[in-house]
Design a protein around this ligand. Structure first.
Ligand code: AGP
Length: 588
């Protein structure tokens, strides 16, 4: 997703702008641009490609100026072209804008601006902001008035930073994150604290409908109506800045291996917060659990755990489907929103709707400074540290571990999640990574389709394993509730299919084994993931016996993550930054 950085400093800002864009690369993008102000003129350099590539083509880091803005773009409106890359200047070139989000009424605004003589150079929705600001500033010669006049015409969700040729940076946000960083030598405006965390840990989180105007002497904040507002300065955790690959070839494999630790970190919670979280669940008449992608798979597991252990109805709802399925959400409802980033637009929109209907919002997030964490009634962090790989790995197991800790607390320990015991079992699974790599090389040369079968608590892992294979290795993969095979998917089984069977020795075992026989009879290759061997498996990945069958997800997902990672390498795909995907999906 797009990343924004703006800096006003006492030294040339271009090297820091480029560094900041690199640190936010994990968010996903297709083009890069920087604008700086030097001798009262704004220069813009931008192009498609990765930060290093565009920097070496255009020497971004060598641009002069004490004020500048930078951007990585993830295309929404208009193709991936140099012209569509940000920053976008206005007609005179005296204002340049970088933006994240979507301006829904841009076509109408563009028409009006064109009729006034503005010349557009890109196909983006963003460019209307530059021209609107120019229009407003020419009329008022006052940046605050120009900003208010502009935001009051924009519809949609956005965060943008505008650089003016007089050396001022002005920014505004509505439903997209924007954070101000403050150091002795500079002010920063960024979509992500990682954009400036290498320079300062002092941050001011702008609220929705805030405008900030910054020059080297300080920052003033107003609401969209022009009234002054105060936002407190927060110290953000330095450990967030710990984002490097260490000895690993990719962030993704590093993060897979970090799960030994991160599943434990997820369960350390402040007493008053976890108490408030659990009390709200106990008091609720109805509990809805929501999330997107991997976090939705955690929602499925959390709902199963809650229902089984607490004998209470938990309803999982995909965040993107929430608005169509909220007739029963009311003040008696607690919504548990799960998200690694805490910035996923579908999740934020679900919680906004639920809150408007009177529901209480609990959240489980990884980024403690995120919009979801800050707007929930109670928020618990999973403490996984930065997850840079676009595919969620350690955040998934962190979320699941925290769900176990919550359900155990609510039920007097009925799941029996012991973090050290599970961590040891995960360590053992990780020790088998070389075997999984060999399995990829043996199994995959001729295979186009992978199916994963599981029942009950194993079904969300079938879905999550399939998601990992799709996004990391670009292979068609499908998670199927094993009992559904004969209702359709069996028609697809033949000698070209590889079928993973999630078959722990629990109450799903014999039914799932029957499903395995059904696919084997059609010629498919079977990879068993189980704690008991069986001749039916062409290959088997052994998992440890778990004391409670509800705990299997945490050990079953590890080989599937590893398989997906090695399959990505086998298919020459970049496991950290899969094509077409963004880490933080901040548009609906
Ligand atoms: C997971 O591997 C994906 N990258 C994606 O499905 C992700 O889980 C989803 O976009 C939700 O993100 P969130 O947890 O940050 O809300």
């Amino acid at each position: 997703m797009c990343s924004i950085i703006g800096i006003i400093g006492k030294n040339f800002v271009a090297p820091a702008l480029v560094e900041s864009l690199k640190r936010m690369e994990y968010r996903g993008y297709d083009s890069v641009g920087v604008a700086t102000l030097s001798t009262n003129r704004i220069s813009v350099r931008k192009g498609i490609g990765k930060v290093n590539q565009v920097n070496s083509n255009l020497n971004l880091a060598e641009m002069e100026g004490l004020v500048g803005i930078g951007h990585t773009r993830w295309a929404t409106h208009g193709g991936v072209t140099d012209y569509n890359a940000h920053p976008h200047p206005c007609c005179s070139g005296d204002i340049a804008v970088v933006h994240n989000g979507i301006i829904e009424n841009y076509l109408q605004l563009k028409e009006e601006l064109v009729s006034k003589g503005h010349l557009f150079r890109s196909e983006t929705d963003t460019e209307v902001i530059a021209h609107l600001l120019e229009d407003q500033y020419n009329a008022s010669r006052d940046i605050k008035v120009a900003m208010m006049g502009t935001v009051n015409q924009l519809e949609g969700s956005y965060a943008f930073v505008a650089m003016f040729a007089n050396g001022t940076l002005a920014c505004a946000r509505l439903d997209e994150p924007l954070v101000i960083g403050i150091s002795d030598n500079a002010y920063y405006a960024s979509s992500d604290v990682l954009g400036f965390l290498q320079y300062t840990d002092q941050a001011m989180f702008l609220d929705n409908r805030d405008i900030a105007i910054m020059d080297i002497t300080g920052t003033c904040i107003f609401n969209f109506g022009g009234e002054s507002v105060t936002r407190s300065v927060t110290k953000v955790a330095w450990e967030l800045a710990d984002a490097n690959k260490g000895e690993f070839a990719h962030y993704t494999i590093k993060e897979i291996f970090e799960q030994r630790i991160s599943i434990k970190a997820a369960t350390y919670q402040e007493e008053h917060k976890i108490k408030a979280f659990c009390d709200a669940i106990v008091a609720a008449g109805k509990i809805v659990v929501t999330g997107s992608g991997t976090s939705y798979h955690t929602s499925l597991i959390t709902s199963m755990l809650g229902a089984r252990v607490m004998k209470k109805r938990f309803e999982p709802v995909m965040a993107s489907e929430f608005k169509y399925n909220m007739d029963s959400v009311d003040k008696d409802t607690v919504v548990i929103a799960i998200s690694q980033s805490g910035e996923t637009a579908d999740v934020l929109s679900a919680t906004k709707l639920a809150r408007a209907a009177g529901a209480k919002i609990l959240s489980i997030v990884n980024v403690p400074t995120s919009s979801l964490a800050r707007t929930a009634d109670v928020s618990l962090g999973i403490n996984s540290g930065p997850e840079i790989g676009v595919a969620a790995t350690k955040s998934f197991t962190g979320q699941v571990s925290l769900a176990y800790a919550i359900v155990d607390r609510l039920s007097g320990g009925k799941v029996g999640f012991e973090r050290d015991v599970v961590s040891d079992k995960i360590t053992k699974m990780l020790g088998g990574s070389a075997g999984i790599e060999r399995l990829v090389n043996m199994t995959m040369p001729k295979v186009n389709d992978i199916y994963l079968l599981g029942r009950s608590i194993h079904f969300p892992i079938a879905l999550e394993g399939a998601l990992k294979m799709k996004e990391l290795a670009y292979v068609h993969a499908e998670g199927i509730a094993a009992g559904e095979l004969k209702h359709g998917p069996l028609a697809l089984m033949d000698k070209n299919a590889v079928v993973f069977v999630l078959n722990a020795d629990d109450k799903t075992y014999s039914d799932t084994l029957s499903s395995a026989h059904e696919v084997k009879a059609r010629g498919a290759k079977i990879i068993g993931i189980s704690n008991v061997s069986n001749d039916i498996y062409d290959a088997m990945i052994e998992i440890p016996k778990m004391d409670n069958e509800l705990l299997y997800p945490l050990v079953e997902i590890i080989p599937l993550q590893l398989f997906s990672y090695y399959l990505a390498l086998h298919n020459n795909a970049d496991p950290d930054f899969p094509r077409n995907l963004a880490k933080s999906v901040t548009v609906s």
